[in-house]
Design a protein around this ligand. Structure first.
Ligand SMILES: Nc1ncnc2c1ncn2[C@@H]1O[C@H](COP(=O)(O)OP(=O)(O)OP(=O)(O)O)[C@@H](O)[C@H]1O
Ligand SMILES: Nc1ncnc2c1ncn2[C@@H]1O[C@H](COP(=O)(O)OP(=O)(O)OP(=O)(O)O)[C@@H](O)[C@H]1O
Ligand SMILES: [Mg+2]
Ligand SMILES: [Mg+2]
Lengths: 227, 227
């Protein structure tokens, strides 16, 4: 489903080079629920961005369903991404002038569906993440954890083949987090492939596998029982 | 030090009213280390904003060192705030065109000190939060947890009487979080008053008292041993 071969990412900073990711070789099978953990700055968001085609590797290769994500045009990446990937950004990236329902519905609106057809599905997803009462709020009228849940609902609305989630519960209390993990677990049971970056060991326990990064490279790769 | 008397906050949303905070009466003594916990949307950020004069109550009163924060002009609030309060926002609010060191030094620069005098102190604080190697990076060249730590350092640079921190470790792994809590604990031991919103029970254990909000009102107020 997603494959990286000796993928790396260098950033230039002034006169220095920062090797954010180094030599990552990783295969994520269809239906897997992978958690990526590791210290702050260890390369987790960078890795997720490469998987989602949001950034290009500076070394090595990245494939989505056998098709290369590296070295293709922006337009090609955008099309692949919209059809296949739901992305929850570490800082949500909601559009400030749209309501929660409009933000959630955006991927389908961009695909040409009318809002009258999209809104019921957007509201159903918002209900699933506990925000039935907040559908008409704009981002500046929402709490941090409410914005985060809007972003999660938005990532799910187009039934993407892969869900990539960067710290989806960083702003949520343990009770609300648990509701989100149960939702993700049930989606995974129905076949949804999920890659989740998290700092929360309890979160990682919901998945089937944990990869831990250290200084830009995988240091540990553990499969969790019960298959 | 900080006192709220029957303080409340209503938001208008379309035709509805949202009572984000209701009837909060609370005293925070000098030198206290208070944690505020509660579910997503329970009013924690709203409460912290009232304490820091970033928002005005719609009912009741808020005092900082005996002086009212409610019902005074914006200029008066800004002056009080700059002299007395260090604020870590839930979403950092760093200036994108400034480096980490410049962002940290900003409160002192705004007070008229030259950067040549400010920079050594800013870099020392960045070292304390583990970012000695990131002083010249701009926010878009930093990871989520690195941006969060820059915001923490910025809140501390002017030696404020009160530190108000909204989820200061939401984007940090447990090891880095622990380093931040030990830093806050040692500042508190030296007399720093701290009010911290957190979802992390381990975090709350570093303080001397935990107030838990539920639907906009304090539901529990527990003092933790060892004084
Ligand atoms: N400008 C606004 N207009 C309408 N409702 C608002 C506004 N700002 C906040 N709210 C609502 O007030 C409630 C409290 O918000 P607040 O940001 O204080 O919650 P919180 O406890 O910090 O949540 P979180 O843990 O998710 O950050 C939320 O339900 C939110 O939807
Ligand atoms: N554009 C950039 N220029 C220079 N360095 C960068 C850039 N973007 C990221 N970095 C650096 O690359 C490293 C990895 O960043 P990344 O965002 O992947 O970390 P992370 O594991 O997601 O951290 P966190 O848990 O704090 O979110 C960080 O040390 C960061 O400073
Ligand atoms: Mg990150
Ligand atoms: Mg909040």
């Amino acid at each position: 489903m997603i494959e990286l071969r000796h993928a790396g990412k260098k950033f230039r900073q002034g006169t220095r080079q920062i090797q954010a990711l180094r030599d990552v070789t990783l295969v994520i099978k269809k239906g897997e629920f992978l958690s990526i953990m590791g210290p702050s700055g260890s390369g987790k968001s960078t890795l997720l961005n490469l998987m989602g085609g949001l950034d290009q590797p500076t070394e090595g290769e990245v494939f989505l369903d056998g098709r290369p994500l590296h070295g293709i045009t922006d337009n090609e990446v955008t099309l692949l991404r919209r059809r296949h990937i739901g992305y929850v950004f570490q800082f949500f990236n909601l559009l400030p002038l749209l309501t929660a329902a409009e933000n959630v519905g955006l991927p389908l609106l961009l695909d040409g569906l009318p809002f009258s057809q999209v809104k019921p599905r957007a509201c159903a997803l918002l209900r699933q993440v506990g925000l039935a009462e907040r559908t008409e709020h704009r981002p500046d009228q929402l709490s941090g954890g409410e914005m985060q849940r809007v972003a999660i609902a938005r990532a799910l609305i187009a039934n993407p083949a892969v869900l990539l989630a960067d710290e989806p519960t960083g702003n949520l209390d343990s009770h609300t987090s648990e509701e989100i993990f149960l939702l993700l677990k049930s989606l995974n049971n129905q076949g949804q492939t999920i890659v989740m970056v998290t700092h929360d060991p309890k979160a990682a326990a919901y998945g089937s596998r944990i990869v831990t990064l250290k200084d830009g490279a995988p240091a540990q790769d553990i499969s969790i029982g019960e298959h």
